[in-house]
Design a protein around this ligand. Sequence first.
Ligand code: FAD
Length: 377
Amino acid sequence: MNRSILVVGGGIGGLATAIALRANAGFDVTVIEKHADVHSSVWGVGIIQPANAMRALDAIGCAEACMADGYGATEWGSMYDVDGNLLFDMKATKIEGGDYPAMNGITRPRLHEILTSRALEVGVEIVYSTDFVSLEQGASGVTVHASDGRERRFDLVVGADGVRSVVRNHVLDEELRPYYIGQSAFRVNMPRLPEIDRILLQPGPGGMAGFVPIGKDLAYFFLNIEVERDQRPKGDDVYPALVEKLKGFNGLTGRFRDEFLEEGADIVIRPEESLISPAPWHRGRVVLIGDAVHTVTPHLGQGAAQAIEDGIVLAEELAKNDDFEAAFDAYTERRYERCKLVVDTCLAIAEWEKGKKPGFDNIAATNLVLDTLAQPY
Ligand SMILES: Cc1cc2nc3c(=O)[nH]c(=O)nc-3n(C[C@H](O)[C@H](O)[C@H](O)COP(=O)(O)OP(=O)(O)OC[C@H]3O[C@@H](n4cnc5c(N)ncnc54)[C@H](O)[C@@H]3O)c2cc1C
């Protein structure tokens, strides 16, 4: 059955969903995005794409381009002590359904370009500078009001409007808000040194430091710290705060601090928030995907991956089921436990990083998630 579908939000999840709905299921798809163009909605530096993300990107025709412009790691990662001695290697997980790198790192702007050009190529309409405002559902469709003053009518609406979702208020019974987990991450680009050929982690007194390759010559450094939300450094305070936090580190983090971290560097600091909504993830003709319904902290590099998988599963269920409510139920049924495992394990890792979960086995927890996500979505 042909259907017209509006996707609210042109982030990673919204674009991936739009491609899947159009290319894999044949629906007419429009995306509205509040920012002005492909680049203005992209914040941050790089993104970790675990093997399950690569499989999902393959299903929408974007994996090859990501691998061509990213950095494919053959192992997931390694952990070092504060002095730079190797503690553990974290294995690659063999994924069902293809031969993908353990992790592909890519810059966020490049990922957005790849998703956007693929969406346009398959016939998705993308309307920028347009804010979703509200909607009304009727027996035969949904009327959507947007900031450009136009009223648009669709058969179905997908809320892919991220952590501050407004569409969410039209779906869930109770107002559900993501909560700040007490950690924020500094991130800054740096040259990819030869040893940054996988995710490298280095816990230390200032927080969890790490390195991620995101291109042949590019990597990013991160430091995940415990901090009250309103105490996060801002503006000119960011650089000295990061230097201060890195004081006790030797090894690669010490080298980064001494050789690569410069005043005036473009340092991003992001708060980390978490949420998972119980089912149902839809009301009538409106359904949620991605951070709007499960906001994932960065501890496992899985937030975007889960949003992409959502879009593919949603398209599969809508393609095989003329009853859209049954399709939405089947979509949520396939997604809920998987997303909850990711959200909950990230929170456990966060508590362990904050020293509040002594004895927690971070490596075993990470492997359990990677092994589970290697199974088909
Ligand atoms: C510090 C940090 C690091 C992370 N690192 C990783 C990583 O390495 N790997 C990974 O997989 N995940 C990572 N994540 C998580 C990942 O970024 C998110 O899970 C992912 O971006 C979610 O995609 P989304 O499309 O659901 O939401 P978003 O990417 O937030 O997209 C939402 C889109 O909707 C638009 N929008 C919002 N409101 C409206 C409106 N009213 N009208 C129209 N448009 C609207 C926004 O402009 C935006 O473009 C990280 C998160 C953080 C905080």
